[in-house]
Ligand binder design. Sequence first.
Ligand code: KG4
Length: 340
Amino acid sequence: MSITILGIESSCDDTSAAIIKDGVILSNVISSQKVHEQYGGVVPELASRAHQQNIIPTVDTAIKNAGISIDDISAVAFTRGPGLLGSLLVGTSFAKGFALAHNLPLIEVNHLQGHVLALFAKQSTDDNNQPDFPFICLLVSGGNSQLIVVHSPLDMEVVGTTIDDAAGEAFDKCGKVMGLPYPSGPIIDKMAKEGNPKAISFAKPHIDGYNYSFSGLKTSFLYHIRDQRKLNPDYVEQNLPDLCASLQSTVIDILLYKLKKLVNDTGIKQVGVAGGVSANSGLRQALLDYGQTNGLKIFIPKLSFTTDNAAMIATTGYYKYQARQFTGYDVAPLARMDIK
Ligand code: KG4
């Protein structure tokens, strides 16, 4: 019998709903919130209100686009955490109400685990381009930078994590210093194509193990701009491509240094990347080059599956459904949640 999962994602500022049938995406609808742009970051209260307005039409469109009826749905999977509590509450409450009303099982999903399993969301029944187990996943988003050994879809071991800022935060905070709008990551990516990545050198961390740190880079970036502006007030405007290219290449170097160490230590030959920063064209190319020169298989998600989406939540729900990992209707969202 086929398994059809409705996935719901509402952890930050994207309201998303998706339908997955037997692991294949039938629909994936994302409703982004423009309301935050003028504030230079996500405003939690506004995000919750926008989720409330978006959730019903988004789910409705996902079901219609999939060409199914509610009766075809086997279970409802939703993001329980981590994320903004008010935003998570909207998705969680909707999922509970929907499941109760239609007598369906409920499946809680860890958002980070979802990002990793985005690599398994199939575009069609003959899409077999998924990693084998175990593989290493570099999870890089606005709130997380983690190295994960993925033993199976539901067995992930976080071996390294950031001890301060995440890679996405490094892009966004340095972008703010340069006067770029939020989120700055995609703009820096674009500007970097015109610049020289070796023009300026910034600080790189020296910490043990597989952990990451980006706060030193942020500070050295800030000091560099402060010092140069004293000499030339238009320094940033006149050197934007070089600043972006040098910043981006430093972030990529930091990320790859620990990834390579883990690959060498474990001997694992398959590497995936996930999360918002995995959209970065420089990082994607650097990973492909690294894979090619070292005989590794590299898995990079389609751009639409790098940022928050419900297809990854429904995919995780699909695996949990098969493992009969259901959740009680009394479940509450969690702002903080580790990958288990
Ligand atoms: O995974 P995500 O959508 O949100 C969560 O953190 O959950 O990631 C958002 C982050 C932001 O920091 C954004 O600047 C970054 O991903 N990002 C990028 C690019 N696209 C998005 N960073 C660098 N280059 C990009 N092309």
